[in-house]
Design a binder for this molecule. Structure first.
Ligand SMILES: [Cu+2]
Length: 281
C-alpha cells in the first residue's frame, strides 16, 4: 500500500474519531432504542426490554455460579476436583430450563411479529421506491407522487471544504425537501420497492425498517398516535451516497392533512411549470 493511501486512511480514521467524540455527537447519543409513537413501536420496545432483562438475569446467574465456584474451589484451598464424566440429571436440567426460557421469549415475539405483518384494513397505501439516492412516495389512493431528496443545506454542508459547518445545520443529513406526509391515527400501508439497488426504509420512532428490493414489493405498516416529525435513514448500504438519503415523515392532524392533500392536488393544475415538472419525473 502506498504511503499516500496510508496517510489518507490515517487522517480519515482521525476525522471519524474526532466526529464521534465531538460534543454535538455525544449529545445525540442514546443508549437505548426509542419507545416510538406507534402501538407496535411500544410493543417492540417492551419486547426488547423483556429479552434484555432475561439475558441480563441469565448472565448474572451463570457468571455468579461460575465466579463463586472458581473462588470457593480454587487450588490454594486444597480442593480435590470431582471425578465424574456424565450426569443425566445435569443434562436434563440444562436442556429443559433453556427450552422454557426460549418458549417464554418466543411466544410474545411471535405475537408481535404477527401484528407487525398484518397489513389488512389499512386506511391508505403509499408506495415507496428507493433510488440512488433519494426516495419516491406515491399515494396510491390519490394521484400524488413526489421525490424526497436530501435538503439543500445538508447537501451543501456535506461537501468537502464547503465552508459550511455541518454542526450549524439543523437536522444535518436528516432533512429532506419533500417529506412523507400522513394523518395521525391512520393505518398507513407501505409498499416498498427499489428502482436500482437494495435500499431499506427505516424510521425508528415508527418501528418500521424494511428492505426495498428491485423487482419485489415488500409490505409494512404503521399507525402514528402522536403528530410530529419523525426521522430515519436508508438502512441498506446502497452506494456512494447511502448516507445522504434520509427519511422524514410528517404526521399531521387530520384537518391539516386534508389541507395538505388539497394543496398537492391543486399543484396538479396544468400550469406550464407543473407540466414541465411532471415530465421531468
Ligand atoms: Cu439507499
Amino acid at each position: 500500500m502506498s504511503r499516500t493511501i496510508l496517510n489518507r486512511l490515517h487522517s480519515a480514521a482521525l476525522a471519524l474519531l474526532a466526529s464521534a467524540f465531538a460534543p454535538a455527537a455525544l449529545a445525540d447519543w442514546a443508549l437505548n432504542m426509542p419507545v416510538g409513537v406507534t402501538e407496535i413501536s411500544k410493543e417492540v420496545y417492551g419486547l426488547h426490554m423483556l429479552i434484555l432483562g432475561i439475558c441480563v438475569a441469565i448472565a448474572i446467574v451463570v457468571f455468579g455460579v461460575m465466579i463463586v465456584s472458581i473462588f470457593l474451589h480454587r487450588k490454594s484451598r486444597g480442593v480435590e476436583p470431582a471425578q465424574f464424566y456424565h450426569s443425566t440429571k445435569a443434562e436434563i436440567i440444562w436442556t429443559v430450563i433453556p427450552i422454557f426460557i426460549l418458549i417464554a421469549m418466543a411466544v410474545p415475539a411471535a405475537e408481535g411479529l404477527i401484528r407487525i405483518e398484518d397489513t389488512r384494513n389499512a386506511d391508505m397505501t403509499v408506495k415507496i421506491t428507493g433510488y440512488q439516492w433519494r426516495w419516491r412516495y406515491d399515494y396510491l389512493d390519490h394521484d400524488i407522487g413526489f421525490y424526497s431528496t436530501l435538503d439543500r443545506e445538508s447537501n451543501q454542508a456535506r461537501r468537502l471544504n464547503s465552508g459550511t459547518d455541518p454542526y450549524s445545520v439543523e437536522n444535518y443529513l436528516l432533512e429532506v425537501d419533500h417529506p412523507l406526509v400522513v394523518p395521525v391515527g391512520a393505518k398507513v400501508r407501505l409498499l416498498l420497492t427499489a428502482a436500482d439497488v437494495l435500499h431499506a426504509w427505516w424510521v425508528p420512532d415508527l418501528a418500521v425498517k424494511k428492505d426495498a428490493i428491485p423487482g419485489y414489493i415488500n409490505e409494512a405498516w404503521f399507525k402514528a398516535d402522536v403528530p410530529g416529525i419523525y426521522r430515519g435513514q436508508c438502512a441498506e448500504l446502497c452506494g456512494r451516497d447511502h448516507g445522504f438519503m434520509p427519511v422524514v415523515v410528517h404526521v399531521l392532524e387530520r384537518d391539516e392533512y386534508d389541507a395538505w392533500l388539497v394543496e398537492q392536488t391543486a399543484d396538479k393544475v396544468a400550469t406550464p411549470e407543473n407540466v414541465a415538472a411532471t415530465r421531468k419525473l
